[in-house]
Design a protein. Structure first.
Length: 378
């Protein structure tokens, strides 16, 4: 872990203390922020960032900063995607130390409202299996000095330690997800095998009662109860559809979408048509594909619950770096998404986390269009 390169006992102790600070059960977003902050303070830098590599291994899918306040970040605008010196660090796959950013051959300058930065130190964050997860970027020691070779060794060792902690966090997250998936599967199975079957039994018993001689008022009440039972069974089937987790396995994205569509057709009785070019899935990263499937499940569930639609058209396309998922129905529509429920809020937050957005266009009596986008390279 490059500890042997650190000769100064005080710096070695500072490194160990820094590593202990990031050993935590926090979620990944909090952990990445803590890593950036700790690395920045470790070498006395003014600004720090951690860029997470996208699936193409050439650009950044995430950029976490330290040292900038909210107003500064807002004024700068879009996060960097890995051009210039940041891209040079990605290409080199090892530490890069620069004394004057403005004179470096890879420099492309800073966007408007970006604070001036002169000194630079970029170091890979390497996971336990030797894979580069991303890069730490540090600029401008508060002392005004240049970054030293000792600073570089210190951050290199920290980057390896941080990579191992990230490995552990991802493993914990995966295990929690597996546990949650198993519980959801059990709940979906119990709802189908027990609750729905019992409701069917009650419905059959009521229908048998109708074959006898009964008063018209009683017959009317039984028929009303049967209608309510049918609606309840439909709601439960929709709930099962929502919580039943689709497993990626080795299937293609198109095949997984078709499985999802078949579920809607057979379980929920809505006709869904898909338009997606077969070769398109090779342009979409696995992380983006999985979230797109989850977004499509959420959209279809909302349609079944609220739209009264009989036909839904699903289109999957790519535009530049974005995956575009468009879902249009012929349902009743609604006035606006103002005050939208949890499902629509989830769609919006999921899209934004992946560098996209969720747009909803609806008109009373003419149906609804949901356009959901995400960075397809993730």
């Amino acid at each position: 872990m490059a500890f042997h390169r650190i000769q100064d006992p005080d710096r070695l102790h500072a490194l160990i203390d820094a590593i202990l600070l990031i050993e935590t059960d926090a979620n990944l977003s909090t952990l990445l922020s803590r890593i950036v902050e700790t690395a920045t303070k470790l070498v006395g830098a003014r600004y720090g960032a951690l860029g997470v590599l996208a699936s193409d291994r050439e650009t950044l899918s995430r950029f976490v900063t330290f040292g900038l306040n909210h107003d500064q970040e807002t004024a700068i605008g879009d996060r960097p995607h890995g051009k210039g010196v940041l891209g040079e660090t990605i290409r080199l796959a090892h530490a890069l130390r620069i004394d004057d950013l403005s004179s470096h051959s890879s420099s492309v300058g800073f966007p408007a409202n970006h604070p001036k930065m002169e000194r630079f130190l970029g170091v890979p964050v390497i996971t336990g299996n030797g894979r580069i997860y991303g890069n730490l970027y540090l600029t401008d020691p508060v002392s005004g000095d240049e970054f030293s070779e000792s600073d570089q060794h210190l951050v290199e060792a920290f980057g390896r330690a941080a990579g191992i902690v990230i490995d552990q966090a991802l493993l914990r997250s995966h295990m929690r997800e597996l546990t949650l998936t198993e519980e959801r599967e059990r709940l979906a199975r119990d709802l189908h095998d027990t609750v729905v079957q019992r409701l069917f039994g009650v419905g059959l018993a009521l229908q048998m009662t109708l074959s006898g001689t009964i008063e018209d008022s009683v017959r009317e009440r039984i028929n009303k109860s049967l209608d309510e039972l049918d609606e309840t069974i439909r709601e439960i089937r929709t709930t099962i559809f929502e919580i039943d987790q689709e497993h990626p396995g080795s299937e293609s994205m198109r095949a997984r979408i078709m499985v999802l569509i078949d579920e809607v057709r057979t379980r929920l009785g809505v006709d869904v048509q898909l338009k997606m070019e077969p070769e398109l899935e090779f342009e979409i990263g696995p992380h983006c594909a999985q979230h797109a499937l989850q977004a499509l499940r959420e959209i279809l569930s909302n349609i079944v619950r609220h739209s009264e639609a009989s036909v839904v058209h699903v289109k999957v396309d790519v535009r530049d770096k974005l995956l575009v998922l468009s879902v249009a129905d012929n349902g009743v529509g609604f006035v606006s998404a103002t005050g939208a429920g949890r499902g629509l809020r989830n769609l919006d937050s999921r899209a934004r986390e992946l560098g996209g957005e969720c747009e909803i266009i609806s008109e009373i009596g003419r149906g609804t269009l949901v356009r959901w986008t995400a960075n397809r390279l993730d």
